[in-house]
Design a binder for this molecule. Structure first.
Ligand SMILES: [Zn+2]
Length: 303
């Protein structure tokens, strides 16, 4: 298991979900052990490493900051990078947000597939969870415990007939992510749109890049991509946020109505609690990382 970067540079552009600005993005190969780094081309090439030390707590999107420069809504791209097992990458942007594209991670998967990948001369390192850790707040919670692969159990509950209660259990691998999560789009309620836009948020949101929920139905003409698209998107967000650990994780995560802010708090807890995990490579681990598990779509948590 070697670290990987992309084979060739790739480019895309699109509107930012919150900023409403058109953003151009370029992905470039990066050297071994350099991690994922955003570069704000419009601000004199300020570098913003994609790791927990640079996360600004926020509930609506994940924001990174360095030297006064920010980049927001990184989670869908980070989830795709994690799924494609890319360890080192330079992401150039000419604005403060990753393009929303269709609101899912699928366009980023396509972009990374087009870029190809190359192995590098360094063993891939993992964070292996050794002791359970948990965060809870106002009836929401997230916990991580030891496991030989990255698994996520997620439950969401919304007082709205279109979503209501949904649960999903997921084993992280490239194949599973592409089949089960990549196409699940972000979502929002039409009734919240004007209040968000008054705060300068969701300025670029539309049915082209989000599932828009009305009083009693989905307003997108094509409907949903999965019957449980909402909880699948929440798992996608969690995968993207956990990618900000900076290394792939071996552990089981259980999330109950959690979001970006709680994810960030657990990641900080993990980084600070250094006796609760260790770094391993596939060659030195007593339990080698499991990189592929059978796909169990929509498996209920109670199964
Ligand atoms: Zn999202």
């Amino acid at each position: 298991m070697k670290e990987k970067t992309i084979q060739e540079s790739v480019f895309c552009s699109g509107v930012g979900l919150h900023s409403g600005q058109i953003i151009h993005m370029a992905l470039h190969p990066a050297s071994k052990d350099s991690g994922i780094v955003f570069i704000r081309k419009d601000l004199g090439d300020i570098r913003i490493p994609a790791n927990s030390a640079h996360v600004i707590p926020s509930s609506l999107a994940t924001i990174l900051e360095s030297d006064g420069a920010t980049v927001q809504t990184v989670e869908h791209l980070m989830a795709a990078i994690s799924a494609m097992e890319i360890d080192n990458l330079i992401i150039e942007l000419d604005g403060a947000e990753v393009p929303a594209l269709d609101g899912s991670a699928y366009p980023f998967i396509s972009l990374l597939q087009k870029a190809g990948s190359v192995k590098q001369k360094k063993e891939r390192t993992y964070i292996e969870i050794l002791k359970p850790m948990a965060i809870s707040e106002n009836g929401k919670s997230i916990a991580v415990r030891p496991g030989s692969s990255f698994e996520v159990s997620c439950h969401i509950s919304f007082d709205h007939p279109v979503i209501s209660n949904q649960s999903y259990r997921y084993w992280h691998s490239r194949q599973s992510f592409i089949q089960e999560l990549a196409s699940a789009r972000t979502f929002g309620f039409l009734k919240d749109a004007s209040a968000l836009q008054a705060k300068g948020l969701a300025m670029g949101a539309s049915v082209d890049n989000a599932v828009v929920i009305g009083d009693d139905k989905v307003l997108n003409k094509q409907g949903l991509r999965y019957s449980d698209e909402f909880v699948r998107h929440k798992v996608l967000d969690l995968i993207g946020d956990f990618a900000l650990l900076g290394l792939p994780i071996l552990g089981q995560v259980e999330a109950h109505c959690s979001g970006h802010k709680l994810h960030a708090e657990l990641i900080q807890e993990i980084m600070q609690n250094k006796k609760a995990w260790r770094m391993v490579t596939a060659s030195c681990s007593e339990k080698p990382p499991v990189v592929f598990q059978p796909t169990l779509q929509g498996m209920p948590l109670t199964a």
